[in-house]
Write a protein that binds this ligand. Structure first.
Ligand code: TYC
Length: 102
């Protein structure tokens, strides 16, 4: 507001604020014991990948050690990680899934 110069210290907006929520990468880590078919199944089931996409991504993790399997809001990423960790544990596989801020 211009009241003749009394609004000292009040920030005047120049461009409009369009703050987007932060995004989080969900990562799957390689290990020596989890069967390849189990990882493919996890990627299809929890990340909506086709069988071919899931197979390719599983092989990338197997060869490179880890890969980003999706990017989500905090709450969705947290849910995916919890679902994968629970599913792996129930099947007694050491598969690890984590998230990190983009
Ligand atoms: N390295 C595992 C094997 O040889 C397969 C595997 C792939 C495990 C990806 C975990 O995130 C993973 N059976």
């Amino acid at each position: 507001d211009d009241d003749g110069g009394t609004d000292a210290g009040v920030k005047v907006e120049t461009r409009p604020k369009t703050k987007r929520p932060p995004l989080y990468k969900v990562l799957i880590l390689n290990d020596d014991y989890t069967p390849m078919e189990f990882v493919v199944h996890v990627l299809e089931r929890f990340f909506g990948l086709s069988h071919a996409q899931a197979f390719d991504l599983m092989l990338t993790v197997h060869k490179k050690g880890l890969a980003v399997v999706g990017v989500f809001s905090f709450e969705i990423a947290e849910t995916k990680v919890a679902q994968v960790m629970d599913f792996a544990q129930r099947h007694q596989h050491p598969l690890q899934c984590t998230m990190e801020k983009e």
